[in-house]
Design a protein around this ligand. Structure first.
Ligand code: ADP
Length: 491
């Protein structure tokens, strides 16, 4: 994909993420405002209804007749009375209007009178008058402090029932004035919510006001599901875009690696072909049939180059095999040390420095695995070839073979440049080569060797791992199921 088009996609993705974040924030803000208003209304209703209940509760106290009690409660604790009382209170905004109500309680009825007066002269509002026909009824002038206790406990109970646990305080005003009679709120307390003032005793001596210090967490708590789902949605959108970009990046890397592979391969294939044709031309041109020593020399060159060509073709063929279900393996008993010794013997021919050492630690007893001799040999030779290829000075490669918990563990420890942690998983990927300094690889390769090794080890139900620190060499550890173990399992 072209870079310009790619940048356009990145910009689109960034805009999509920013837009959805902004929209979410606006939506949540609106919800927060609405929820706040709703909570404040609920609190207001809570205080108002507590005050109403408190005013009329006193009328029922001491009455022995259940019918009387029920009559009082059904009138004064009804939402209709609450509405009527509220509406009458709102009439205050009419200029010159005052109102009061009087209650007369008889044995078989309640008489309620609402009085509205509109005058040009401002009047002091009258206090409600309660008339009792039966002198043995309770004294309606209930002790004020008892009334306050009842009011406080009623509000606390309702707050608890509504699941509100944030600290709440009260203030008591002289009725209709701003004079504070008592309060339990500390002076510097924050007032996130302050209720209207409500008269809470029958004589309307005092007004009650509720103060809450925190309403934000209450609103947030009620919006918790919206908040979590919004956050989840944003995370999902970001994760989806991230996965998409990662996939796209991987595809780009793969495409580049494939291109590199093709150009590398072409170059690598051309070199031996060129050498062979030069050798053949020389034989023809200089009639080397008369010079058997030089002829032998040129034939040796041709043979070596053909072998190289053969190996390269083999690798490319294996590349195809690792794509599908894998090659058909011919399983047979394979003695690991003997196989390693044979591979080491061949690989020693590739050593160029007389100080290079490939050391196979002798083991006490032979270890056997079930596997394909050709593929197991390829695994060992690729790992040894890499150690030789990437070694910077005299090579020191130590190969160790042990039996651990029913598995044959073969380690290849070299003193080469090592592999940085960030590339250690990737080296087993197809076409991956550790980036060279200065972008030019001084060691030729296709990034296929370790991928091939991993696939083949997997085919043998084994595992391969890498331990390395940059500059401190690599240890590749191949683990294969021991043949003894397999025999015990199957028998
Ligand atoms: P190739 O050798 O053809 O590049 P491989 O798949 O065999 O491909 O290796 C992948 C990469 O791992 C190499 O490019 C190299 O950078 C790194 N590597 C493999 N073996 C060694 C080793 N023994 N020491 C240091 N680096 C290694």
């Amino acid at each position: 994909m072209k870079v310009g088009r790619l940048n356009f996609i990145y910009i689109l993705i960034a805009i999509a993420i920013i837009m959805s974040t902004v929209l979410q924030i606006i939506w949540l803000q609106q919800l927060y405002k609405k929820q706040r208003v709703q909570i404040i209304n609920e609190m207001e209703h809570l205080v108002r209804s507590s005050a109403q209940e408190n005013v009329y509760k006193v009328l029922a106290v001491g009455r022995t007749s259940l019918r009387e009690k029920t009559r009082i409660e059904s009138l004064f604790l009804s939402p209709q009375w609450e509405q009527l009382y509220l509406a009458a209170g709102n009439m205050k905004s009419v200029k010159g209007l005052t109102w009061y109500h009087s209650i007369t309680i008889r044995d078989d009825s309640i008489h309620l009178r609402l009085d509205f007066t509109v005058t040009d002269h401002l009047q002091k509002p009258k206090k409600p008058v309660s008339v009792y026909t039966n002198p043995t009824d309770i004294d309606i002038k209930t002790n004020d402090s008892l009334s306050l206790i009842s009011m406080k406990s009623s509000v606390a109970k309702k707050l608890q029932m509504a699941g509100i646990s944030s600290p709440a305080y009260f203030r008591i005003y002289r009725h209709g004035t701003s004079k504070i009679i008592s309060s339990d709120a500390p002076a510097a307390v924050s007032r996130a919510y302050v209720s209207k003032r409500y008269s809470f005793n029958l004589e309307q001596n005092y007004d009650y006001q509720l103060i809450m210090t925190d309403i934000f967490s209450l609103v947030v708590y009620q919006l918790r599901f919206y908040l979590v789902s919004s956050a989840l949605m944003l995370v999902l959108i970001c994760a989806a875009f991230y996965a998409l970009l990662r996939l796209q990046l991987q595809q780009r890397l793969f495409a580049t690696a494939k291109l590199d592979f093709t150009s590398n391969m072409t170059h690598e294939l051309k070199t031996p072909i060129a050498s062979i044709s030069v050798a053949l031309q020389a034989i023809k041109k200089f009639s080397l049939f008369n010079d058997p020593l030089t002829l032998q020399n040129y034939l040796d060159i041709g043979e070596t180059e053909l072998q190289r060509l053969n190996m390269m073709i083999d690798k490319v063929l294996h590349l195809d095999q690792t794509d599908g279900p894998g090659p058909l393996l011919t399983y047979q008993l394979f003695e690991v040390q003997a196989g390693l010794e044979q591979v080491i013997c061949t690989m020693r021919l590739q050593l160029t420095n007389p100080d290079d050492i490939i050391f196979l630690k002798p083991s006490i007893e032979p270890y056997f695995v079930y596997g394909d001799t050709v593929f197991l040999t390829n695994i060992f030779s690729t790992l040894i070839e890499n150690a030789i290829k990437y070694s910077k000075g005299p090579l020191m490669l130590v190969i160790d073979c042990t039996l651990q918990r029913g598995k044959v563990v073969i380690s290849f420890k070299d003193n080469g440049p090592g592999i940085e942690k960030m590339y250690q998983d990737k080296v087993f990927d197809r076409f991956f080569r550790v980036p060279a300094q200065g972008d030019v690889h001084d060691v030729k390769g296709f990034g296929l060797g370790l991928h091939y090794v991993k696939e083949m080890v997997k085919q043998h139900e084994g595992d391969i791992s890498l331990k390395s620190d940059a500059g401190k060499g690599c240890t590749f550890i191949v683990t294969l199921p021991s043949a003894d173990q397999l025999v015990t399992h199957t028998s």
